[in-house]
Ligand binder design. Structure first.
Ligand SMILES: NC(=O)c1ccc[n+]([C@@H]2O[C@H](COP(=O)([O-])OP(=O)(O)OC[C@H]3O[C@@H](n4cnc5c(N)ncnc54)[C@H](O)[C@@H]3O)[C@@H](O)[C@H]2O)c1
Length: 262
């Protein structure tokens, strides 16, 4: 397990600032989702990891978490994740305290050449599946008067990039969903934020970044001069979920090495 270092204001893994808190991470087997899960677990959170990939079992084992294998497009999946969070809880209304949506899928082709099937998959996974987890997790959070969510959006939500047009449209919707839910849920004690990663080395970008010309094109726009690793994204998510971010909601933080300001 990669144990992240101290995150200012959050506390050290040794201090377990998330002890006693429960959370759900969708896309928990993925590059970014698994890094977030490891960081949260190291800080003491008890997690349910949701993913369609079998690898969710091994990541969950690493994190002392519960694995829930399933397709985010299944409308029953959020309810099953909430039941797993509730199992073993003695509280009148069980958690989760935390929700991270790191699920996602991508199609790289010209915007006007995307098939109906791929379009539908992008919308169903990146937006509708994520939305249902926000909606269902919000209910117990509202009932308990507290909770914190982070949705993984993307640099492409706010910048037009060729070759990923429908994906970017779903991510723009994720950012706007995040802001709107923050407005509605803030008075109920629930914070909703997002992160917008730049180019991160994960299975989703493996093909793209295996081409040296693509890497050079990307790096020309990254002031910090390198691609991100998933472990570069996780600390921002942990911070936003933590009490250190108690006065932050409706914010989508760019974690992109400076790409967005170029
Ligand atoms: N890698 C990047 O450069 C980058 C940049 C910006 C945003 N993001 C976003 O970060 C998030 C994580 O992506 P990643 O880079 O770690 O990619 P990844 O492919 O490693 O992770 C995505 C995870 O989502 C899961 N998933 C996909 N479809 C699913 C479905 N129908 N049901 C359940 N699980 C499903 C996959 O199994 C995978 O584990 C995504 O939302 C992605 O859009 C990634």
């Amino acid at each position: 397990m990669v144990i992240p270092g101290t995150i200012p204001g959050v506390g050290t893994p040794g201090e377990k600032p998330f002890a006693g808190r429960t959370g759900i991470v969708t896309g928990g087997a993925g590059g970014i989702g698994s890094a977030i899960a490891r960081a949260l677990a190291a800080h003491g959170a008890r997690l349910v990891l949701v993913d369609s990939d079998d690898a969710v079992e091994s990541v969950a084992a690493e994190c002392g978490a519960i694995a829930l294998r399933g397709d985010i497009r299944d409308h029953g999946l959020p309810g099953r994740a909430l039941s797993l969070v509730a199992s073993g809880s003695s509280e009148p209304v069980a958690g989760p305290d935390l929700l991270v949506n790191a699920v996602g899928t991508q199609v790289r082709t010209a915007g006007v050449e995307v098939t109906e099937e791929d379009w539908q998959r992008l919308v169903d996974v990146n937006l509708s599946g994520l939305y249902r987890f926000c909606r269902e997790a919000a209910r117990p959070m509202i009932a308990r008067g507290h909770g914190s969510m982070v949705n993984v959006s993307s640099l492409s939500a706010d910048r037009a990039l060729a070759g990923i047009v429908p994906y970017a449209a779903t991510k723009a919707a994720v950012s706007q969903l995040t802001r709107g839910l923050a407005v509605e849920l803030g008075p109920r004690g629930v914070r909703v934020n997002g992160v917008a990663p730049g180019y991160v080395a994960t299975p989703m970008t493996a093909d793209l970044l295996s081409d040296a010309d693509n890497v050079a094109r990307v790096l020309a726009r990254v002031p910090l001069g390198r691609l991100a690793e998933p472990e570069d994204i996780a600390p921002a998510v942990v911070f936003l979920l933590s009490d250190a971010a108690r006065y932050i909601t409706g914010e989508v933080i760019a974690v992109d090495g400076g790409f967005a300001v170029t």
